[in-house]
Each structure stands twice: as structure tokens, then as C-alpha cells.
Design a protein around this ligand. Structure first.
Ligand SMILES: NC(=O)c1ccc[n+]([C@@H]2O[C@H](COP(=O)([O-])OP(=O)(O)OC[C@H]3O[C@@H](n4cnc5c(N)ncnc54)[C@H](OP(=O)(O)O)[C@@H]3O)[C@@H](O)[C@H]2O)c1
Length: 274
């Protein structure tokens, strides 16, 4: 059998649907779109801080969803979510929750900058470290595949004045996930970082972005569908025509470097062991 990671993208088999997906930031925007887009056979663990919205989503996805109110800016919130994912036996982790505050760095309160790092960096790192080992063990035991999706941004490829902390946090997520995808190369898990361009959600309002609606902003459903379609086929997906034209070739080169690095390390280890 040909190793599926060696097949060209268009020849790879579609993944079997996940049995259970944890979606962070499920109460709106792209996270809610993931919940709508995943197939009905996938049960859901939905999390966010908005208890009323989570109750409503519990009704919408009746019999299919567990809801967890948790603040991912806190260690307790992360632990609560990790325990819920493990109890449900999740095999797909979607680290989607994210925030940012617009403005020159010195004009935005430090508390907002630190909250951005907690939610956009610490939380996804901690959830990945807590949840992936169990997902991998179950997948390897059952002969299935686990999945990890980290939702970064096309801004991860750029320095972005007035969104310096947010762009740096997303650059961290991009770089980390590219490295992790290469490390996990032949394990039973598909790892993907999604880099969407501007998307019509509450994000810009919450960030205090006073500009006009970004021209060409995408629907969150389009972002969720493109991301889920890419899982198992590639390790980075850049979504949106302008972003893809600018950054997809960069993403390909970075991914090739990650794979080459792992191969070179293996050769060096073999030489050392001989
Ligand atoms: N919209 C865009 O243009 C765009 C473009 C590229 C990438 N992204 C990324 O896409 C992801 C989803 O954002 P979105 O556009 O869908 O924005 P959104 O509508 O504002 O959704 C953000 C989600 O994150 C959750 N969240 C925020 N702070 C949290 C905290 N402390 N603890 C737990 N959950 C928290 C929110 O839930 P609660 O309010 O219930 O806590 C909400 O469900 C983010 O990572 C964002 O950076 C967005």
C-alpha cells in the first residue's frame, strides 16, 4: 500500500468522519460553522464562555452535543475542557477560539495583550498537549485516524502593526503546527493549520476594529468547509483567493522544509546508531 502522505493531494482518500469533535470557540463565527458543517455522525463537544448560546446550541444539536462553559484564558477552564474531551473520547480537536485587540501596542491595555496570548497561544498549546496523546492512543489501537485542526490566520505570515500581538500569536500557531505536523508524519493523526483571510464574524467588532467591512470577506461556512476538506490532504490550508495567491506557495515551501528536516534527522540518527 502507498503511504497516503506520499500521494499527491488529489489522489488521497477522504478521511472517515470523526466520531467526536471538540470545537473551542463554538459559540459563534467560524467555530459555530464547524459545528454546522461536520457530518451528523460526528458527536460534538462545544465550548465557549457564553452559557446561553451553548444552551441554545445544545438544543440545536440535541442528542449529539455536549456543551462546556469554560474560559480558556484560565488553567481551570483548559482543564475542564480537556477532561470533557477525554470523557467523550474525542478523535478530532479543533482549536478555534481566538481573540485580538486592534490598536498600537502601547495604546492597548496590557491585560488585553496578555489575554490574547493566553487564548490564542497558551490554550491551544495546553489542549494539544493534554488531548492529542489520548486521541493518538485510541486511533492507533482502533486502526483509525485522529485529527488536529488549529485555526490561525493569513495574518500569521505577516507582521501587522495595530494587531502586533494577535499576528505574533497566530505566527506562533502557524510555526508550531507546521513543526508538529512534520513530527507526527507517520503517526495516526492528520494535523492541519488553517489560515483564513477576512471572514464575516463578530471578531472584528470584538477586536475594536473600526474600519469598514473588509472587501471580499468570506462566510464562516466557507472557511469551515474548506478547512475540513483539507484535513488529511495537506498540513496548511490558506483560505480566500487573495490570501491563497500570496501565501499558499510560502506554506508549501515551509511544509517541505519541515518534512525534509524530519527526514534529515532520521538519517543522522541512523548514521549515529551504526
Ligand atoms: N474573522 C476573521 O476575519 C478571522 C480571520 C482569520 C482567522 N480568524 C480566527 O478564527 C477563529 C474564530 O474567530 P471568529 O472569526 O469566528 O470570531 P468570533 O465570532 O469572535 O468567535 C470567537 C470564539 O472564541 C471564543 N472565545 C473568545 N475568548 C474566549 C475565552 N477566553 N475562553 C473561551 N472561548 C473564548 C468565543 O466564545 P465566547 O464568547 O462564548 O467565549 C467565540 O466562540 C479565531 O481564532 C480567529 O483568530 C478569524
Amino acid at each position: 500500500m502507498v503511504n497516503s502522505s506520499l500521494k499527491p493531494t488529489f489522489l488521497r482518500d477522504a478521511r472517515a468522519p470523526a466520531r467526536c469533535a471538540l470545537i473551542t470557540g463554538a459559540t459563534g463565527g467560524i467555530g459555530e460553522a464547524f459545528a454546522r458543517t461536520l457530518p451528523p455522525e460526528t458527536s460534538l463537544v462545544l465550548t465557549g464562555r457564553d452559557a446561553a448560546k451553548l444552551d441554545a446550541m445544545g438544543e440545536t444539536f440535541l442528542g449529539r452535543a455536549t456543551t462546556v462553559v469554560a474560559d480558556l484564558a484560565t488553567a481551570e477552564g483548559i482543564e475542564t475542557v480537556a477532561q470533557a474531551a477525554e470523557a467523550a473520547g474525542c478523535d478530532l480537536l479543533i482549536n478555534n477560539a481566538g481573540i485580538g485587540k486592534s490598536g498600537n501596542f502601547l495604546d492597548v491595555p496590557l491585560a488585553d495583550q496578555v489575554a490574547t496570548v493566553r487564548v490564542d497561544v497558551e490554550a491551544f498549546l495546553a489542549l494539544t498537549h493534554r488531548i492529542v496523546p489520548g486521541m493518538l492512543a485510541r486511533a492507533e489501537r482502533d486502526g483509525t485516524r485522529a485529527g488536529l485542526i488549529n485555526v490561525a490566520s493569513s495574518l500569521a505570515f505577516l507582521p501587522v502593526p495595530t494587531l502586533a500581538t494577535y499576528a505574533a500569536a497566530k505566527a506562533f500557531m502557524l510555526s508550531f503546527t507546521e513543526s508538529f505536523a512534520a513530527e507526527m508524519g507517520d503517526r495516526a493523526i492528520d494535523v492541519l493549520v488553517a489560515c483564513p483571510g477576512a471572514t464575516r464574524t463578530a471578531f472584528a467588532d470584538r477586536a475594536g476594529y473600526r474600519g469598514r467591512t473588509m472587501p471580499g470577506a468570506m462566510s464562516p461556512d466557507k472557511v469551515a468547509a474548506a478547512t475540513l476538506a483539507a484535513l488529511g490532504r495537506q498540513s496548511t490550508v490558506v483560505i480566500g483567493p487573495a490570501s491563497a495567491a500570496a501565501f499558499a506557495p510560502v506554506a508549501l515551501a515551509r511544509s517541505a522544509f519541515g518534512k525534509a528536516f524530519v527526514r534529515a534527522n532520521r538519517v543522522l540518527e541512523r548514521i549515529r546508531d551504526d
